[in-house]
Design a protein around this ligand. Structure first.
Ligand code: SER
Length: 310
């Protein structure tokens, strides 16, 4: 995978911030073009890019002779309910523009982040299979599910090499995510360190699939690096880290910070969380590209607390 020039959209987001640095270690700083609608102070090539302007995307692709695109720009589940039309434009219309540009400009490989948000009330909640019923209840879920379908369409019709993962809720210390439903987990760590207390917007027993950032990075790089012959899906691969409730996470934190306390005030995000799965069957990713996570709840908790420096 040498001589690649990679464009990352949404590079200032929770995953982009970390992924850009890791891609630069592999491909070289100057071969990874970070882009976002907001400025960045990271060292390395950066383009201010409004993802809803395809002409601007095209000029960046041509200027740098881009060979791969990671389309991370997105609004997440909770914010998506506040701004449904903008969410459609960013998450889906912009992705369609990118697929079309990729076809015209012969881009070799595309990464599309999907999510547990594509699951809905008719999806089996325990060990959610790779192929099952998808009737998402959020705009975010609708955009990501439709994006997966478009990816498969572009692969089947035009032969584009499209790769995608359905990320569980992502836990990381490098930034505090916003606009999602699983973000409570990151907030809990920061509030535990800062205030010794956290008020959780989900109920104590809400079980959701989560994953720690180092596993997100290794899954993404592993999938993007795998030989095309190993990849049997252009749609999102299910991957699982660990499934936890807010109460289990608070107990894990209390083992390190015995004075930590938590209370619960569920808000409108509870309904979103209730429509998602408890746990995921990721056997297809394990089989196709040898996926397996390194972090469980205990290992993640220790590493988060060691790294949050307040
Ligand atoms: N982290 C996302 C959210 O909560 C789910 O993929 O919206």
């Amino acid at each position: 995978m040498e001589n690649q020039v990679i464009l990352v959209t949404g590079a200032n987001g929770q995953i982009g911030t970390v992924l850009v640095q890791e891609l630069r270690k592999v491909y070289g700083k100057d071969n990874v073009i970070a882009s976002d609608i907001n400025p960045s102070d990271l060292d390395g090539p950066f383009e201010l890019l409004d993802i809803t302007e395809p002409d601007n995307i095209l000029s960046v692709i041509r200027q740098y002779r881009v060979t791969q695109i990671y389309h991370l720009a997105a609004l997440l589940s909770s914010k998506g309910e506040v701004k449904p039309h903008l969410t459609w434009r960013i998450n889906l219309s912009a992705y369609l523009d990118i697929l079309e540009l990729a076809r015209q400009e012969n881009i070799g490989r595309i990464f599309f982040p999907s999510t547990i948000g594509i699951y809905g009330p008719t999806t089996p909640k325990i060990d959610t299979p790779q192929h099952t019923s998808f009737e998402p209840k959020t705009v975010y879920g609708i955009t990501k599910w439709t994006g997966e379908l478009w990816g498969q369409y572009y692969k089947d019709r035009y032969g584009l090499d499209i790769r995608s993962i359905r990320y569980p809720g992502v836990i990381s210390y490098q930034s505090i995510p916003e606009g999602g439903t699983t973000d409570y987990a990151v907030e809990m760590f920061f509030d535990a360190k800062l205030h010794g207390h956290y008020t959780c917007y989900l109920s104590a027993e809400t079980r959701l699939p989560m994953i720690y950032m180092p596993d997100v990075i290794s899954a993404t790089l592993q999938l993007m690096d795998a030989p095309a012959s190993d990849i049997s899906l252009a749609m999102g691969y299910n991957i699982a880290g660990f499934s936890i409730t807010p109460s289990e996470l608070s107990e894990a934190i209390t083992e390190h910070l015995p004075l930590f306390s938590i209370d619960y005030k569920p808000d409108e995000r509870q309904k979103i969380a209730d429509s998602w799965s408890d746990s995921i069957d990721d056997s297809r990713a394990r089989k196709d590209w040898n996926w397996s996570p390194n972090y469980d709840l205990a290992a993640m908790t220790k590493d988060m607390l060691d790294n949050i420096d307040i």
